[in-house]
Write a protein that binds this ligand. Structure first.
Ligand code: F6R
Ligand code: ZN
Length: 187
């Protein structure tokens, strides 16, 4: 038999860069994150075009039952002392979970259930995060390097950003050399 050996997509584990695969890219900039950080005036002071995070996704089938694979690169920085973070979301199909794998950098994965109960997991190279269904999730970069994490999730899951219009209850700030967690009332 002379079957070809298919070359699969490749990711560089140290950087999270996909090699030689068609990828979809989306950049999220300061201007796209109105109302996301606690200190909105500070956000408006920053250059709107500054990229907070990039997502690169393999261009795979969106059909029910298929899986998406993507890497988030969350850059280091703060808005009014609050660490750069992703917008965060529930899945539109609430029961659908997801797995994140930390690749580089250091940060936190904030998880919040539908009752508003929140918890953090540390993210670092090699960390594995099982995000259950019915759980909103957000990455936070608490380090000085890029935080990169690979995610695999059901193509049918979808994203519901509106359900978290008031944001997450817990916010993470840089306080001198320390990481400070504050609770906000409207989250
Ligand atoms: C997919 C997923 C990640 C995020 C990415 C950007 O379900 O959780 O790929 O989409 O980290 O975060 P958001 O989508 O919250 O802007
Ligand atoms: Zn998700």
């Amino acid at each position: 038999m002379n079957l070809p050996f298919i070359q699969p997509p490749q990711v560089d584990w140290a950087s999270g860069a996909f090699a030689d695969s068609p990828v979809l890219r989306k950049s999220t900039r300061i201007v796209d994150l109105a109302g996301v950080f606690a200190d909105e005036p500070s956000r408006r002071m920053l250059p709107g075009e500054q990229v907070v995070y990039d997502v690169e996704m393999l261009n795979t089938s969106p059909t029910e039952g298929e899986l998406y694979t993507g890497v988030t690169h969350l850059y280091p920085g703060c808005v009014g002392g609050e660490y750069f973070m992703t917008r965060g979301h529930f899945h539109a199909r609430r029961e659908q979970g997801e797995v994140y794998f930390g690749l580089r950098g250091t940060g936190l994965l904030l998880l919040q259930d539908e009752q508003g109960v929140a918890r953090f997991e540390k993210v670092f190279a090699g960390s594995v995060h099982i995000i259950p269904g019915f759980t909103a999730h957000r990455l936070i970069n608490t380090g000085a390097e890029v935080l990169s994490a690979l995610a695999v999730w059901p193509a049918a899951a979808g994203h519901d950003y509106a359900a978290l219009a008031n944001g997450f209850r817990l916010r993470v700030f840089a306080n001198n050399q320390n990481i400070e967690v504050r609770e906000v009332q409207n989250g």
